[in-house]
Design a protein around this ligand. Structure first.
Ligand SMILES: C[S@@+](CC[C@H](N)C(=O)[O-])C[C@H]1O[C@@H](n2cnc3c(N)ncnc32)[C@H](O)[C@@H]1O
Length: 250
């Protein structure tokens, strides 16, 4: 079990089933998966000092001074494999809270021999808030985040004020938050936040993010945006996803 095992249904163990296609997954912590030693439980001291749990995730890599990017919700890991292969001098931290997907992506990364990827089994929003220091992340990737379509579940959506506040804090000056979704209703919801956060008169703290067009990575195929597993399965050639970049001022 990991320290994030309190998340309902997220035991941290791969329980067998379809994901590995019958193969035994290799998910030993400490090489690809971030170990409990590297990521100890949040200390009680956060009750009085909210910064007491901060740690530097760049130290989890062999070359900690490299450019540092985070992907939130890697799913089956195809984007992570591609982006990390195409950018071997950048360190990538994948954060995935579903144990089976965490294990699956970690296994793929290890089999691909990528030494610039670590996987964290955790809630990415909580990680940013409690663990991540200020101004260390070059890029945050958030692709096909769960839309939580029922109104009573909207509070579970990743994109909301508390997330944008932490994303802006952890990005380096000039760093970017890259978002793609195929869900029209979630996109409309995001746009209301984007409008507020990109106008200095309404952005919390008075510091606006700059909105820019989303340019797909040059390694994706014709008509693709980020070529994740979800995108390939759900969008195909019929649905054009929505996409945006929010940049922190440099
Ligand atoms: C719809 S899937 C998309 C997966 C992948 N990005 C893709 O496009 O194929 C959303 C993923 O985000 C993960 N996820 C959702 N909220 C998360 C959070 N707060 N922290 C970490 N992972 C999260 C889910 O477990 C799931 O794997």
């Amino acid at each position: 079990m990991t320290h994030d095992s309190h998340i309902p249904g997220r035991s941290g163990r791969f329980s067998g089933g379809k994901l590995g296609h019958g193969r035994e997954l290799d998910v030993a912590a400490g090489s690809i998966g971030v170990s409990p030693e590297e990521y100890p439980p949040l200390p009680d001291a956060v009750m009085t000092d909210p910064l007491a749990g901060r740690l530097d995730p760049r130290a989890w890599f062999n070359n900690p001074t490299r450019r540092f990017e985070i992907e939130i919700g890697c799913g089956k890991g195809t984007f992570m494999l591609n982006v990390a292969t195409e950018n071997p001098s950048t360190n990538f931290l994948g954060i995935e809270w579903e144990g089976a997907f965490f294990a699956y992506t970690a296994d793929r990364v290890r089999r691909a021999g990528l030494e610039n990827v670590r996987m964290l089994h955790a809630d990415a929003v909580e990680f940013l808030k409690w663990r991540c220091p200020d101004a260390i992340v070059n890029t945050i990737h958030l692709y096909y985040s769960d839309p939580w379509p029922k109104a009573k579940h909207h509070k579970n959506r990743v994109v909301q004020d508390k997330f944008l506040e932490q994303a802006r804090r952890v990005l380096i000056p000039g760093g970017e938050l890259r978002i793609v979704t195929d869900h029209d209703d979630y996109w409309q919801w995001m746009e209301t936040f984007f409008d507020r956060w990109t106008d200095a008169s309404t952005a919390p703290g008075g510091v606006a993010l700059a909105r820019e067009a989303f340019v797909p990575p040059d390694w994706v195929g014709e008509g693709q945006v980020v070529a994740t597993n979800y995108e390939k399965k759900m969008c195909g050639s019929t649905k054009q996803p929505h996409a945006a970049v929010l940049r922190k001022s440099g």
